[in-house]
Design a protein around this ligand. Structure first.
Ligand code: RFL
Ligand code: PHB
Length: 390
């Protein structure tokens, strides 16, 4: 089989790239190692920046998001027992974010792809890429017991942190930068109304907590936990008790609890690979970089990468102009590092660091007081939260 772009991975990066390329008249095939149901079962990001909303519109998959998504004009910071609102809309000259889950984005992209009968191989086994340092890269895999080969002009590695694409690059050709945080996030999804109509990010002596949502009847909550904790140790009751203990009295009183429909622990990591291009292989999304989830940048970075990449492939195939593919890595990395910095900073500000003691807690509280008291500091937080320009 031949195609212009072979996309590895049907997460948000791969599916959005597929849809943008389809709109641009570029031929692409997607190869995914899991089933579509498995991909949809992963509960992850929840907040979309304006640039991501625009990308979904360009891809023609924004209708349900505008009907069912929740536009948010602000969020709250909770510290020393009191909440303080960050008015995103006022601080950024009219920008806001959209609360719409990654599961829903993925579902909309899968639906659009199926409607156009675009080729996707789910449940692909033994996916391997080769010859990407030449003009004729190849993807091989097994599908329904049959051995398949795709010959493409380019391979887009959208296969996440544990994928095969980055791992296939000779180690001397890439440089990686990494920071591991000494804690994780225990997340619970439950069909209960959210405690507040906006997100609450809490810094407490017991650790970080986040109150988020998927709709007005479905909540997503997180508490910072030790990396050694196992999900099985956390009963629903234990989770709700810990979350309530990290909220201010009014929110604690208002919190409605119920049975969890998903519970998981995610370790926190910052990670960047440089460069993001090796010959005819291009990395995008989590395959190239990871941010800790504080600030919700992961999915949004995946979206900006594939916007750059779709444009680069389009100009290559329609105008024979290689400028876009030649500058892709540098352009993406410049935006990636700004989001890495913000996610690292917001994570460092909001969490308890077991080794750092009470001095660190006091400095965090002073910085939080400065953040909510200074227009300049609030503006910087808001500008980064709604997303830097794409
Ligand atoms: P994905 O979503 O990981 O998709 C990659 C896809 O590639 C497939 N794959 C392969 N396919 C073929 N062959 C192979 N050898 C393959 N290896 C892997 C995988 O099955 C998968 O379908 O990466 P993508 O598309 O770059 O999207 C990035 C986002 O998913 C990610 O940045 C965010 O979800 C990060 N993230 C969060 N971001 C937020 O903004 N807010 C959050 O609350 C949040 N929670 C999370 C997260 C990421 C998590 N991970 C990676 C474990 C919670 C978790 C647990
Ligand atoms: C989520 O709803 O899952 C979420 C929201 C905001 C974040 C991280 C995760 O910063």
């Amino acid at each position: 089989m031949k195609t212009q772009v072979a996309i590895i991975g049907a997460g948000p990066a791969g599916l959005l790239l597929g849809q943008l390329l389809f709109k641009a008249g570029v031929d692409a095939v997607i190869v995914e190692r899991q089933s579509a149901d498995y991909v949809l079962g992963r509960i992850r990001a929840g907040v979309l920046e304006q640039g991501t909303i625009d990308a979904l519109a360009k891809a023609g998959v924004d209708a349900r998001m505008h009907e069912e998504g929740l536009p948010h004009d602000g969020f709250e910071l909770l510290f020393k027992g009191a909440r303080h609102r960050i008015d995103l809309h006022a601080l950024t000259g009219g920008k806001r974010v959209m609360v719409y889950g990654q599961t829903e984005v993925t579902k909309d992209l899968m639906h659009a792809r199926a409607q156009e009968n675009l080729e996707t191989f789910y449940d692909a086994q033994d996916v391997a890429i080769s010859d990407f340092d030449s003009e004729r890269p190849k993807v091989t895999f097994t599908h329904n017991g049959e051995q398949k080969t795709i010959e493409a002009t380019f391979i887009a590695g959208c296969d996440g942190y544990h994928g095969v694409c980055r791992a296939s690059v000779p180690s001397q050709s890439l440089q990686t930068f990494e920071k591991i945080y000494p804690f994780g996030w225990l997340g619970v999804l439950a069909d209960v109304p959210p405690v507040s109509h906006e997100l609450i990010y809490a810094n407490t002596e017991r650790g970080f907590a986040l109150c988020s949502m998927r709709s007005m009847t479905r909540s997503r909550y997180y508490v910072q936990c030790p990396l050694t904790d196992k999900v099985a140790q956390w009963s629903d009751d234990a989770f709700w008790t810990e979350l309530r203990a990290r909220l201010d009295p009014e929110a604690a009183e208002r919190l409605i609890t119920g049975p969890s429909i998903e519970k998981s622990i995610a370790p926190l990591r910052s990670f960047v690979t440089e460069p993001m291009r090796f010959g005819h292989l291009f990395l995008a999304g989590d395959a190239a970089h990871i941010v800790p989830p504080t600030g919700a940048k992961g999915l949004n970075l995946a979206a900006s990468d594939v916007c750059y990449l779709a444009e680069a492939f389009q100009t290559y195939f329609t105008d024979s102009d290689p400028q876009g593919i030649d500058t892709y890595s540098e352009k993406s990395l410049s935006r990636v590092w700004k989001a890495e910095r913000f996610s690292w900073w917001f994570t460092s500000l909001m969490h308890q660091f077991p080794a750092e003691g009470t001095f660190n807690q006091k400095v965090q509280e002073a910085e939080l007081a400065y953040l909510v008291g200074s227009r300049a500091a609030s503006e910087s937080l808001a500008e980064n939260y709604v997303g830097l320009p794409m």
